[in-house]
Design a protein around this ligand. Structure first.
Ligand code: BG6
Length: 333
């Protein structure tokens, strides 16, 4: 059994059958490297090239459809069969090397927001703008898909951050989306990092949305010079730009869309920070890769470890953060 509770099955047999049908790999995708083509499970999970020349894993299983880019290990689409898409993706997003995709689930690592003391460093770290490797792709008996992507320290990461690491992102696509980010310190000194699964949820109208689970929690307000504040006893509602870093909270959150009645649960472990963000009108207008009106259709509820919850691990140690996203009832993480 794999770490997420599914059996790991190699792709060779399926590819063998596929080849047995007399279809040559060169016809599957001209630009997809042969090692990735060999991992495909035709009809369920295949690597493909998008219109911008970027490689993504397209999942079309009996459980859900999903798309995951190697660029940033970035999930841009998750839609269990029979329900509306769970993630928001901006129509203005660039799909360009070196730039983060706007929407879906960017991975922030090894820092969250601006890097303290390094104003020239990229916001939210470098993980979301780098190409990740595919370590494995597997299918369980229930036809849920597990893909593991990997980012290792290299010359480019060392130029930004002087640490040796391996980060693995496990993505499980079934009726629920499970994402596990495991950071391993492969160097010889301690390392401290921040991280976030910066999830953009699709909603009909953010003004009709409630986020439950953060009642009476403390937060730092990024719209007010990081002032320390307390959330009241009521669920969080949106009436203007919202950018709150809730610290020391392991709570499960529920996003209730008042227009559709849908309730998405965000159930996490290994994370003590939850960030809630909506840019509202003015900030949306200033963002080049975001439509002026798109603020209405999204809300970010981010599973993170940031600020006082930054993580320190010694040589050889690992730390994992996990989230289970469900448009209906979900299992415990
Ligand atoms: C949120 C931050 O997590 O991400 C916001 O709290 C920020 O302050 C937002 O504006 C988007 O960041 P970026 O770098 O993707 O534009």
């Amino acid at each position: 059994m794999g770490e997420l509770g599914i059996c790991e099955v190699g792709g060779d047999g399926v590819v063998g059958n596929f080849l047995g049908l007399g279809i040559g790999l060169s016809q599957i995708g001209e630009m997809i490297p042969s090692d990735l083509q060999a991992m495909n499970f035709p009809g369920l999970a295949s690597f493909e090239e998008d219109d911008h020349g970027m490689i993504r894993l397209a999942i079309t299983s009996p459980k859900a459809n999903a798309q995951i880019y190697l660029h940033g290990a970035h999930i841009v689409h998750f839609q269990p069969i029979g329900v509306a898409p769970v993630l928001f993706l901006s129509e203005e997003s660039g799909f360009v090397s070196g730039q983060a995709i706007r929407g879906g689930i960017p991975i922030c690592f090894p820092w969250f927001g601006g890097r303290e003391g390094y104003p020239e460093s990229p916001a939210h770290g470098f993980a979301r703008t780098m190409d990740w490797e595919v370590e494995s792709l597997s299918v369980d008996g229930d036809q849920a898909i597990l893909v593991i992507l990997k980012l290792e320290s290299n010359e480019a990461t060392r130029a930004e951050w002087p640490h040796e690491f391996v980060v693995r992102c496990h993505v499980f696509v079934g009726m629920w989306l499970v994402m596990l980010l495991e950071v391993e310190n492969t160097g010889e000194s301690e390392m401290t990092f921040e991280e976030a699964l910066h999830t953009y949820f699709a909603v009909e109208d953010v003004r009709e949305v409630l986020v439950r689970g953060l009642e009476n929690a403390g937060y730092r307000d990024k719209t007010d010079g990081l002032a320390s504040k307390m959330q009241g006893a009521d669920p969080l509602r949106f009436t203007g730009e919202t950018d709150r870093i809730f610290e020391n909270t392991a709570a499960k959150c529920e996003i209730e869309d008042g227009v559709t009645g849908r309730r998405i649960t965000v159930n996490k472990s290994g994370s003590l920070t939850t960030v809630v963000w909506n840019p509202w009108i003015e900030k949306a207008q200033k963002m080049k890769d975001f439509g002026d009106e798109e603020w209405r259709r999204m809300v970010c509820v981010e599973t993170a470890n940031a600020g006082v919850n930054a993580v320190t691990i010694g040589p050889g140690q690992k730390h994992s953060i996990r989230v289970v996203i469900s448009p209906g009832p979900s299992p415990s993480p």
